[in-house]
Write a protein that binds this ligand. Structure first.
Ligand code: NAD
Length: 512
């Protein structure tokens, strides 16, 4: 069966269940004929199909969200907070069910799926404090008899478009804060693993969220373009690859929408000679191969100082020998890739490495896998001495491939990182506080780890990269999300009394 097949034959329709849209608080099949396959990547089979929305389906979702906006934006902060809190409780109680969905459609191992949900839950907990976050400022007697204050109001119906690699966490970066702030939502999750979004929408409804506040439509470019062009959508929050992020940013902005678009990455770890090499090796393996390298904050390049590079490669290789790749429902460290097509694309980079003069130290193409032979398997791969002009270095591979680039030391390593087109995450490993401090000041990257390999900020700080890793200046979650999902209004107010009545004066107002 072709992975790109979007028309459903009657035989296929009879074989597997459909994932439907969620519009106005109910499941909806929509008006389109097109559908897409949802694989079980560990078994390599189509387990479900997902409906693809037409522009009419997106319009139905926007209309449901617009209808719900009138009362939801007027609902008191304390009531909205109660619904968020109930959602948090339900999600925490039933997170095991969600983890199973993630493993079945994405392939990541169950413990990793649990970690993804935990990071999403953090954002829900942050959104539970929306009363505190929405507080404005008040300046009494800014001028004689005049007070100035600010309030934050919802922006309306917000659009969210998310990638396959975090089917729960990335939507959870956005919709809890957007909804807590009084907005309503149309989410278009990845068509590759869309069930998590529907599960979350149903759970939120169970928590007491009114119908129409949170809607989910599935699909591909057709659905995305309908979101970007719909006049009823006030903002677009996108996470995905860099070319699409740039397209989303430009198109949404041209259509007058507020937009944040987080893109791809190529994250470097700089290892200085004084670093603790065991910590470095553990960190490189965890951050390189966790979730089969399908993380935007994965470490994909280790910049190893010449003085320690041989020892480090040996230590990483030794640890990789203990990794078990297989079905995420079994006791494995790493699961399959999302599709056969993606697996084959990642393999082309390993094929290319030797031709480019690099050394394949551990070859994932030869791996053994604890799962059905039809799964989308590729073992962890270590490539040493990768030249900077090789596509192994320049491209975002998004698979279990860790590259070693050897450098003289700090200056060369920093220069390489700063010349990269991406600037999502980076890390320095050293025991020299001065070098670490210099690095955090000089590196041109949005999120920096010091002896921490995946520096994803906690929910009360914001997440986002620099350069081609993020278009727009609004980061995800944390305080930046509260600002993104609200419009600030400044009010200058005077209540007249006889003592402050100023009489006629046509001059520009000045303070007295
Ligand atoms: P993708 O760009 O292929 O898809 C992301 C979303 O865009 C999906 O909902 C998809 O349906 C939609 N889409 C795909 N092609 C489109 C097109 N031509 N026009 C309009 N919409 C389109 O990304 P992916 O493969 O799902 O996810 C992996 C990518 O996401 C990687 O590049 C990764 O680095 C990036 N990512 C970035 C972050 C971050 O925070 N910066 C986080 C997670 C993932």
């Amino acid at each position: 069966m072709s992975q790109t097949l979007t028309e459903t034959t009657p035989a296929e329709a009879a074989e597997v269940p459909f994932v439907e849209h969620w519009i106005g608080g109910a499941s909806a099949s929509g008006t389109g004929e097109r559908t897409g396959p949802i694989f079980d990547p560990a078994r390599g089979v189509v387990q479900k199909r997902v409906r693809f929305a037409t522009a009419d389906d997106v319009d139905a979702a926007v209309r449901a969200a617009t209808a719900a906006l009138a009362s939801w934006s007027e609902t008191s902060i304390s009531k909205r907070q109660q619904v968020l809190f109930a959602f948090r409780e339900l999600l925490n109680a039933r997170k095991g069910e969600l983890a199973e969905i993630l493993t079945s459609e994405h392939g990541k191992v169950l413990s990793d799926a649990a970690g993804e949900i935990a990071r999403g839950l953090e954002v829900v907990e942050y959104a539970c404090g929306i009363a505190q976050l929405l507080k404005g400022e008040y300046s009494e007697q800014a001028s004689s008899g005049i007070d100035v204050y600010t309030v934050r109001q919802p922006i309306g119906v917000v659009g969210i478009i998310s990638p396959f690699n975090f089917p729960a966490m990335v939507p959870l970066w956005f919709f809890p804060i957007a909804i807590a702030a009084g907005n309503t939502v149309v989410l278009k999750p990845s068509e590759k693993d869309p069930s998590a979004s529907i599960w979350l929408a149903e759970l939120f409804a169970e928590a007491g969220l009114p119908a129409g506040v949170f809607n989910v439509v599935h699909g591909d470019k057709e659905a995305v373009d309908a979101v970007l062009e719909h006049p009823g959508i006030a903002s677009v929050s996108f996470v995905g690859s860099t070319p699409i992020a740039q397209y989303i940013y430009e198109t949404a902005a041209r259509n007058g929408k507020r937009v944040q678009a987080l893109g791809g990455a190529k994250n470097h770890m700089l290892v200085l000679p004084d670093a603790d090499l065991d910590l470095v090796a553990d960190s490189a393996v965890n951050a390189g191969f966790g979730s089969a390298g399908e993380r935007c904050m994965a470490i994909s390049v280790v910049l190893a100082s010449d003085a320690v590079a041989d020892d480090l490669v040996a230590k990483v290789k030794e640890r990789m020998a203990g990794l078990k790749t297989g079905d995420g429902r079994r006791s494995c460290d790493m699961g399959p890739l999302i599709t056969q097509q993606h697996r084959d694309k990642v393999v082309t980079y390993i094929d290319q490495a030797t031709a480019d003069g690099a050394e394949v130290v551990v070859d994932g193409r030869d791996g053994e896998f604890d799962g059905e032979a039809s799964g989308f398997w590729l073992g962890p791969t270590l490539i040493d001495k990768v030249p900077l002009d090789s596509t192994v270095y320049t491209d975002e591979i998004f698979g279990p491939v860790l590259s070693i680039v050897r450098v003289e030391g700090y200056e060369e390593g920093l220069g390489i990182i700063n010349r990269s087109r991406y600037g999502n995450g980076t890390a320095i490993f050293t025991n020299d506080g001065g070098a670490a401090r210099r690095f955090q000041r000089e590196v041109q990257v949005g999120m920096v780890g010091v002896n921490v390999p995946i520096p994803v900020p906690v929910a009360y700080h914001s997440f986002g990269g620099w350069k081609a890793s993020m278009f727009g200046d609004a980061k995800a979650y944390g305080p930046a999300a509260v600002a993104f999902f609200t419009r600030e209004k400044a009010i200058t107010s005077r209540w007249l009394d006889p003592a402050t009545h100023g009489g006629i004066n046509l001059g520009f107002p000045q303070h007295d």
